[in-house]
Design a protein around this ligand. Structure first.
Ligand SMILES: Cc1cc2nc3c(=O)[nH]c(=O)nc-3n(C[C@H](O)[C@H](O)[C@H](O)COP(=O)(O)OP(=O)(O)OC[C@H]3O[C@@H](n4cnc5c(N)ncnc54)[C@H](O)[C@@H]3O)c2cc1C
Length: 704
């Protein structure tokens, strides 16, 4: 996939590579799982199930209501120009964002509560050129990879950068002429829960900077969780919440069975052909970052029947104990809404447990969020709360109430040596897809919603689709998977109504007549026209299309200027829309051959396009042009304008073919719903090998 291209373009040439009813299970309804589901639906897969242990989806994008206001405890902010996939999804569900211009970014002294603005922008500038340089390298090497058949798989997620930026961050930057990690980058990284930069391969810092440096900082109105909730409700998939996966077993026949504890505590079994496992699910019993406990001798994940390769890989993974603690505080009213970094606790890793950052989330409430690291051994929830409360006290505030606390198993990652030794090569080239199992989430993608979502999308495109010019089997592509009502989609297949019969007819026209006159189907929607924002702006029932096609056929066959006979060809010149569909079916009914051509914008100089239309008209010997009144009016206005502009210049621009124009939209408008059956009823049905329509490709007319 090319991340530079719009999402729609990326999907337009892809087809599902497995049967669309392949049973695909997704463990976890967080951003990764839901984004994978979105991509699968977009490809046309119709049997996708998410199993989520919490009572709602969203994963670490958890939003809670406290005293009537919404707070994001986990995923919250996005840089407007660095999160194209999330903003694409948000647009589809019309989620609203708010910019955070009035949010402060400051360093605060934990002993006095005095704060000072961070020079975020200045500081980031020093690292931007390196970030862009790495991105350029990744893009170009991916292109080279795609051109090289032997390595055609390309790289995605952290893998794209792991082979060039495995060095620890300070060393890597020194090697690239920077003395140290800029302070705002280092603080931003640590405050966001990714550990101390000196411990981390630069690849992770790169993923962080490239996703946070471009554009205004924004967040979702009503909380990030509401976005994922709407996505899960809009997708045509099954979502089981309060369903915890207890075990995943891969059977020799390739089938995957999972044990699930449902909301009543009962154990249930499910079976899938493919499984996508999200989040930190496989690393539940793995190592914790900066934990004093010795490394676990043998990695033994609780939930999965791991293969040797999986055990080897997952045993190298650490997660971070990251806490959000919510406190209601008096005495800090002077602190404006914003993010505050505790510099002294971020400079010194031995201070783990103290809060690294806090946020006044809303300007008009005294509820503050604190973020801290734990170590799974002696620094856990109560200690983390105690240290946050102490910090508030030393800043001159008083904790009225500890509202809540969350512990996240955060940011699965590997160390610099393992990254250097090809961890990500093995993960992507050997592990993904082994035993019909795929992994999405922070380890592969880096722990940010945009990174996770776009990785899940890329994984699905890579492993569940192909780009062969012709699909291997017919399937329905969903342009707007989030627009379908999920339950309705699942039960609403074509054979929905028991009374409907499926006769064996030889032509499209025959079927239109059948469905358009059948008492069950004639009032059902046949076509809905959707604009580029995904909104339905028009539609026709089977009955309407049938009637309109009959009327157009009648007008064609009774036309005097020109006289049109069976087998004659007419050009169809329509901007995309339902008028075109009606004209097309009208021609089929009249047994006149429609020749669709691409309408050029009449207001633009369309020299080449008009030449092509002229050539098509000549080649197919068209007798007339079917179009709409509105389009032809624009054509005439444009030609008058051209005549005036060209007057006296002696130049002659290409003209429309000299053929009569017929307006099918006016015919329909004036038809008064009269059904014209008589002059077309007794026409014999066409044979399967009769010519139905003519389509000229752009190259076929250029040199006529
Ligand atoms: C405090 C905090 C602040 C953050 N801030 C930001 C931010 O500002 N911007 C940003 O872009 N990102 C932010 N993130 C990161 C972002 O939230 C994560 O990257 C993202 O949520 C990861 O998505 P995921 O689907 O991979 O994993 P998760 O969100 O962890 O989702 C995994 C899902 O799997 C489910 N699951 C786990 N085990 C099982 C099981 N056994 N059975 C069934 N289901 C299971 C979980 O309940 C969960 O819903 C933040 C995260 C945290 C914790």
């Amino acid at each position: 996939m090319d991340p530079e291209k719009p999402i729609e373009d990326q999907f337009s040439k892809l087809h599902p590579c497995f049967p669309v009813n392949t049973r695909i299970g997704i463990v976890g309804g967080g951003p990764s799982g839901l984004s994978a589901a979105y991509a699968l639906c977009k490809l046309g897969y119709s049997n996708v199930t998410i199993v989520e242990k919490n009572q709602s989806v969203g994963g670490m994008c958890e939003s809670v209501e406290i005293e009537g206001r919404i707070y994001d405890l986990g995923g919250q902010v996005l840089a407007a120009n660095s999160a194209p996939f999330i903003f694409h999804l948000a647009k589809e569900i019309r989620a609203e964002t708010e910019d955070m211009d009035f949010h402060k970014f400051a360093i605060i002294d934990s002993s006095t509560g005095k704060y000072e603005d961070m020079k975020v922008v200045d500081d980031y500038v020093s690292i931007i050129s390196l970030t862009l340089k790495l991105q350029y390298y990744i893009l170009t090497s991916n292109v080279i990879c795609q051109q090289d058949e032997a390595k055609s798989s390309g790289r995605m997620g952290v893998h794209s950068v792991s082979n060039i930026a495995w060095d620890l961050s300070p060393e890597f930057l020194k090697g690239h002429g920077l003395r140290s990690v800029p302070k705002s980058v280092a603080y931003g990284f640590t405050a966001s829960g990714y550990g101390f930069v000196q411990d981390m391969p630069y690849a992770y810092v790169h993923e962080f900077t490239r996703t946070s440096m471009a554009g205004k900082i924004r967040r979702f109105k009503g909380g990030y969780a509401s976005v994922w909730q709407k996505i899960s409700e809009g997708l045509p998939i099954q979502v089981h919440c309060k369903a915890e996966v207890l075990a995943v077993r891969r059977k020799p026949a390739g089938i995957i069975s999972i044990d699930v504890r449902d909301e009543n505590g009962e154990k249930q079994g499910m079976e899938f052909d493919k499984i996508i496992i999200s989040g930190a699910f496989p690393f539940g019993s793995g190592k914790t970052y900066r934990s004093p406990s010795p490394n676990i001798a043998e990695f033994s994940p609780e939930h999965i029947d791991t293969s040797e390769l999986e055990r080897e890989m997952f045993s190298k993974v650490q997660t971070i104990d990251y806490y959000t603690t919510v406190l209601k505080i008096t005495g800090l009213e002077h602190i404006p809404m914003g993010f505050y970094y505790f510099g002294e606790f971020m400079d010194d890793p031995s201070s783990i447990g103290h809060p690294v950052a806090m946020q006044r989330f809303h300007a008009d409430t005294n509820v503050f969020l604190f973020w801290s690291y734990g170590n799974s051994v002696d620094i856990k929830g109560p200690k983390v709360t105690e240290l946050a409360v102490n910090t508030v006290t030393s800043m001159g505030g008083e904790v009225e109430k500890v509202v809540l606390q969350r512990r996240f198993k955060y940011f699965p990652h590997v160390n610099s040596q393992d990254m250097k030794n090809g961890f990500y090569d093995k993960l992507e080239f050997q592990l993904q897809g082994q035993q019909n199992t795929y992994f999405v989430g922070g380890l592969m993608a880096f722990e940010l919603t945009e990174r996770n979502s776009s990785y899940a999308l890329a994984l699905v495109c890579k492993h569940f689709s192909n780009d062969s010019p012709v699909p291997e089997f017919p399937y329905v592509k969903r342009l707007f998977p989030l627009k379908s009502n999920s339950q309705a989609w699942i039960s609403k297949q074509l054979d929905e109504s028991p009374e409907v019969e499926f006769p064996d007819l030889s032509s499209l026209n025959g079927y239109l007549r059948h469905w358009g006159t059948n008492s069950v189907t004639r009032k059902k929607t046949h076509y809905t026209w959707i604009n580029d924002r995904g909104e339905a702006v028009g539609g026709r029932t089977y009955g309407e299309l049938h009637a309109n096609a009959s009327h157009i056929a009648h007008k064609l066959l009774t036309s005097q200027k020109p006289i049109i006979k069976n087998g004659d060809r007419v050009l169809l010149v329509y901007t995309p829309g339902l008028d075109f569909i009606e004209a097309f079916f009208g021609c089929l009914r009249a047994q006149v051959i429609p020749v669709p051509v691409i309408p050029h914008d009449p207001m633009q100089r369309g020299g080449q396009a008009l030449l092509q239309i002229q050539n098509i008209a000549k080649t197919c010997d068209a007798v007339g042009i079917l179009s709409t009144f509105g389009y032809h009016t624009s054509v005439r206005a444009a030609s008058v304008k051209n005549m005036i502009l060209m007057a006296g210049k002696g130049k002659c621009s290409p003209q429309w073919p000299d053929l009569p124009w017929l307006y099918t939209d006016s015919w329909i408008r004036n038809s008064k719903n009269i059904l014209h059956q008589e002059d077309i009823a007794e026409r014999s049905e066409p044979h399967p090998d009769d010519l139905c329509f003519l389509q000229f490709t752009s190259g076929s007319t250029s040199d006529c």
